[in-house]
Design a protein around this ligand. Structure first.
Ligand code: AMP
Ligand code: MG
Length: 505
């Protein structure tokens, strides 16, 4: 008898008071098969496979068989969805199997998504189609490789069953790993239910778990906690912005207090730069458009602040004044983090007062000329390396898609390139060093919408997971040139463009 797979579960969340969750067992699926397993991540989590077969992994990560030590529960939370408070959300199609202490000493949650109904399922079936499973796998692992704090993918399973959405779709189960699944909406849950004690327990848990540097005896520890969460979110959103990432559904239940990106639903990376870009089909008014993300982040954090007031100070007015100050700082931190990232993208190690104007001028030129955001910066690295290369410069200009721009020589973008080259004269690094630094922050590969859609379609229509696996391999090294995969750098042709993304819940 081989040793079974072992997961070193600790399960701290299950020790919190009973109103935090509902213990729930996963439902069975008919015929689970393994699509993908993240061996590197499993090793980091201290999971020992002991020769576990693919079939056994499929049983364990579909919910058909519980790994030893798992204590499955559905977490309670509320949340503002598109600005409307929904007091009763919670894990409707997710189950926390438990948490482990990973090799880096950090606690990590292991959660099944799509493992059946829970007490929080409302009218939902607790299931997930395969499309959202593959999408989340691709997007979160790409974000991780890009260097953005994010939840991770441990496994993707095909359930062998169909789920009913607008049509019948093949079903799947996703295993998500997170620093925790505690959201702004988790705090809102206790505030909505006027559960002051629950709120305090939650805040203390978050302090200990995510912000151990804050002195747990300090009088202002809850204000410090709020401050620390705001800082993490400011950095996170700046990181999204510099990469052209659009989360798509920044409801308060989809914002962690750990600072990790969570809930990859209708998210997307934009191709052509345009600040008002929205992909999500359900975001009809553009609430979660690319350019709105910093302001929405601040709005969500204001909702978090409201839940913390009574913990922060006995006098409400005092507490409001204190959190307001932090919320103002959030905007500043976000702007600073973004500016610093944009300077790096442009290869500027020094700071000049005129840099923000240079960046704004670029964004406006990219918008007017309809230029692919990611490819532009990648090509700019080539120009940094060979400042005199006329063909490199011309190559950049051919990225312009706007009808008025093509063929015209003296464009704003061309002018901007001259300005940028003049600015680079003030840098001390050599062109080669500058290009190297730029290539380390300007990805060649992002999960482009049309490639993600192509991978999902092959899986849905033909049970063909090769395009999905290929995409994962490429996206694991986003900053490296991969000459055999140049076509994956390319933006979509007009007929390949994906203009709408779906939650698929
Ligand atoms: P999300 O769109 O993932 O942020 O989910 C919002 C809320 O809807 C959460 O409470 C989910 O658990 C719940 N939900 C989404 N899809 C389903 C489903 N298929 N079955 C049950 N609950 C769901
Ligand atoms: Mg959610």
């Amino acid at each position: 008898m081989p040793t079974p797979l072992t997961i070193p579960f600790v399960n701290i969340y299950a020790t919190l008071p009973s109103q935090f969750y509902r213990k729930t067992m996963p439902a069975q699926v008919t015929n689970p098969t393994l699509i993908q397993f993240n061996h590197d991540l499993a090793a980091q989590l201290g999971i020992e496979l002991n020769g576990t077969s693919h079939d056994e992994l499929a049983l364990l990560f579909s919910g058909n068989q519980l790994p030893d030590g798992a204590d499955p529960l559905a977490m309670a939370y509320s949340g503002h969805q598109f600005g409307q408070l929904n007091p009763q959300l919670g894990d409707g199609r997710a189950l926390l199997l438990g948490d482990v202490i990973s090799n880096d000493g950090q606690r990590r949650d292991i959660q099944l998504k799509g493992a059946g109904r829970t007490p929080y399922s409302r009218n939902g079936d607790g299931r997930s189609p395969i499309g959202p499973v593959l999408r989340e796998y691709i997007m979160c692992e790409a974000m991780h490789a890009l260097g953005v704090p994010t939840t991770r993918a441990l496994a993707a399973i095909s359930s062998g069953e169909y789920v009913i959405r607008e049509q019948r779709e093949p079903g799947g189960v996703f295993t998500r790993v997170a620093a925790s699944h505690i959201r702004v909406g988790t705090f809102q849950y206790f505030a909505v239910h006027r559960d002051a004690e629950g709120l305090r327990v939650l805040a203390n848990h978050v302090l200990e778990r995510h912000y151990p540097d804050i002195d747990s005896q300090a009088d202002d520890r809850y204000l410090q906690l709020f401050n620390a969460i705001c800082r993490k979110q400011a950095e996170l959103i700046a990181n999204w912005m510099q990469l052209g990432f659009i989360h798509g559904v920044m409801n308060t239940d989809n914002m962690t207090v750990s600072g990790e990106t969570i809930d990859y639903g209708p998210c997307a990376f934009m191709d052509t730069y345009k600040a008002s870009t929205v992909y999500s089909y359900i975001d009809r008014n553009g609430r979660y458009a690319y350019q709105n993300q910093p302001a929405i982040g601040q709005w969500n954090l204001a909702r978090l602040a409201e839940t913390l007031l009574s913990l922060i100070a006995d006098n409400e007015k005092t507490a409001i004044a204190q959190v307001t100050e932090v919320l103002q700082d959030f905007a500043l931190w976000q702007q600073q983090a973004w500016l610093s990232a944009m300077r790096k993208k442009l290869g500027l190690a020094t700071e000049q007062e005129s840099d923000p104007a240079l960046i704004e001028a670029l964004l406006s030129a990219l918008t007017d000329a309809e230029v692919d955001y990611t490819l532009f910066f990648r090509r700019l690295c080539d120009l940094a390396e060979n400042p005199e290369a006329a063909d490199t410069k011309l190559g950049i200009l051919t990225l312009m898609q706007a009808p008025a721009c093509s063929g015209s020589k003296d464009t704003t973008l061309e002018h901007w390139l001259d300005e940028w080259q003049a600015r680079c004269q003030h840098e001390t690094s050599s062109p080669k060093e500058q290009a190297l630094a730029m290539r380390a922050v300007n990805p060649a590969y992002i999960p482009r919408n049309h490639r993600v859609a192509e991978a999902i379609k092959a899986a849905e229509d033909n049970n063909d997971f090769k395009p999905f696996k290929r995409l994962l391999r490429i996206l694991a090294h986003p900053y490296a040139e991969q000459p055999e995969y140049l076509s994956y750098q390319r933006p979509p042709k007009p007929n390949e463009k994906v203009l709408r993304t779906f939650c698929g819940t």
